[in-house]
Design a protein around this ligand. Structure first.
Ligand SMILES: *[C@@H]1O[C@H](CO)[C@@H](O)[C@H](O)[C@H]1NC(C)=O
Ligand SMILES: *[C@@H]1O[C@H](CO)[C@@H](O)[C@H](O)[C@H]1NC(C)=O
Ligand SMILES: *[C@@H]1O[C@H](CO)[C@@H](O)[C@H](O)[C@H]1NC(C)=O
Ligand SMILES: *[C@@H]1O[C@H](CO)[C@@H](O)[C@H](O)[C@H]1NC(C)=O
Length: 406
């Protein structure tokens, strides 16, 4: 077997014994498991050892792989061969093992559909017991805050508004400090993602993939400097369901000037979906910023809307400027499904966070560089959107003119 020879050559003499012992243990565990389970060879992680199992109906092979790359060994073990004859490593000369299911997710067409787990979640599990008993409750909503330690007290107050029963909590730490949050009880069940100096949309693109957050009905992607004294999330969710809002935000009160009329809190009514702007700002009362529009400091997405919006997030445009104007592309009709909840509102405290974390360059202050990039990204996003739509429309036109020729 080529693999084994290869492996032996790569290992230094000193490592051989060690590997041999691991192999022995692996084999032993494998055999025991094989006998007891009889059917499958589950993936286990036992102190630095993995047993990724590649199981097709009649292949009785287990790979034992070291985690450290330098000693990485792909030793083929012929374990648990009692059920069917040994086939060795020749999967290629057995055409009946090939499976092709085009409806499987891309890249997984060779698997039988029943084994495919295409979606995940942020539920914490135990290391023991039965998997199906791990979760007393499965929260239906997800809240992700992008935070720095400077806003600890405010974030604590915010998070406490989201019940453990109904919410998975994700914290994105842009200052790289996570352990300091452990004094809060809720922090122990939160998902902490720590990557210094990244933006909310950078994290969202990487850690809130629609397949990962698939079980959640609504996804909140919020800033850290919001005051939630007059906000009840359960009531908020009741209202967005009632009014059919796929993309929404709570209305905003602010001591500072608010840029867009639509986000301003109205004292009457539950929600509003349109606003009067300054003359010249809206050509069409159904389009942003007069309707089909929310800001991106405290957006709430339904599962389906988020699946679309995630795809629209550009990998390199991290500030998300211009995204608010484009959200309407993801729901139809946008002026009915995007709206602002008045009776549950938030206070925007406008505390500079990431904005102050730029680097001084070319004689410009750090914050100035960040601001410039925000604006540049907005322009880039707009032009990408415009050229993408133009290209698509041209293709459609070309295709339809072809078909009329025939
Ligand atoms: C595996 O394939 C090689 C070459 O194709 C062949 O010599 C060998 O007999 C095969 N082994 C088994 C177990 O079929
Ligand atoms: C969680 O959601 C359910 C269903 O919407 C609701 O009845 C319950 O009161 C919520 N729990 C808390 C702690 O708000
Ligand atoms: C908003 O919350 C604050 C703090 O809890 C409270 O004093 C105030 O009365 C609330 N306002 C309304 C209109 O409920
Ligand atoms: C239309 O037809 C032309 C010529 O037959 C071909 O080159 C072109 O690719 C077609 N366009 C589309 C969109 O099918």
């Amino acid at each position: 077997m080529a693999n084994r020879t290869d492996n032996t050559n790569r290992c230094s003499n000193g490592k051989k014994l060690n590997d041999g012992m691991k192999l022995l243990i692996a084999t032993f565990v494998g055999i025991i498991l094989g006998f007891f389970l009889g059917i499958s060879f589950p993936t286990l992680s036992l102190t630095k050892m993995n047993f990724p199992s590649s199981i097709l109906p009649s292949v009785d092979i287990a790979y034992v792989e070291d985690e450290t790359p330098e000693t990485s060994s792909e030793t083929l073990l012929n374990t648990w061969s009692s059920r069917s004859p040994l086939h060795g490593a020749n999967s290629s000369d057995a055409p009946h093992w090939k499976i092709w299911v085009p409806s499987n997710p891309r890249g997984a067409e060779m698997l039988t559909p029943g084994i495919i787990a295409a979606e995940s979640d942020y539920y914490l599990r135990r290391l023991w017991g039965l998997p199906e008993e791990d979760l007393p409750v499965k929260p239906k909503y997800l809240i992700a805050f992008t935070v720095g330690l400077g806003q600890k007290v405010n974030v604590d107050a915010c998070v406490k508004k989201f019940s453990e029963e109904n919410f998975s909590i994700v914290l994105f730490h842009y200052d790289g400090r996570t352990t300091e949050w452990d004094e809060y009880e809720w922090s122990k069940r939160a998902i902490h993602v720590s990557v210094p100096k990244q933006t909310k949309w950078w994290y969202a693109k990487r850690f809130l993939h629609p397949d990962i957050v698939a079980p959640y009905d609504y996804i909140f992607i919020w800033d850290e400097d919001l005051g939630l004294e007059n906000f009840s999330v359960e009531e908020y969710i009741r209202l967005i369901k009632k009014h059919g809002l796929e993309i929404s935000q709570p209305a905003v009160e602010s001591k500072k000037k608010i840029t867009w009329e639509i986000t301003k809190r109205r004292t009457k009514g539950e929600v509003h979906k349109e606003a009067k702007e300054k003359p010249g700002r809206c050509n069409d009362p159904h389009l942003p910023p007069c309707a089909a529009f929310i800001e991106i400091m405290a957006p709430v997405f339904s599962r389906d809307a988020w699946r679309c919006v995630w795809h629209m997030l550009q990998n390199d445009l991290v500030h998300g400027w211009g995204l608010d104007f484009a959200l309407r592309k993801c729901v139809e009709p946008a002026h009915e499904k995007i709206g602002v909840v008045d009776s549950q509102w938030i206070i925007h405290q406008t505390i500079p966070s990431l904005g102050s974390q730029g680097e001084a360059q070319d004689g410009k202050a750090g914050w100035q560089g960040v601001r410039d990039r925000c604006k540049r990204e907005w322009t880039m996003f707009q032009s990408r959107m415009a050229s993408s739509e133009k290209k698509y429309l041209e293709e459609i036109a070309a295709a339809s003119s072809n078909s009329t020729v025939h």
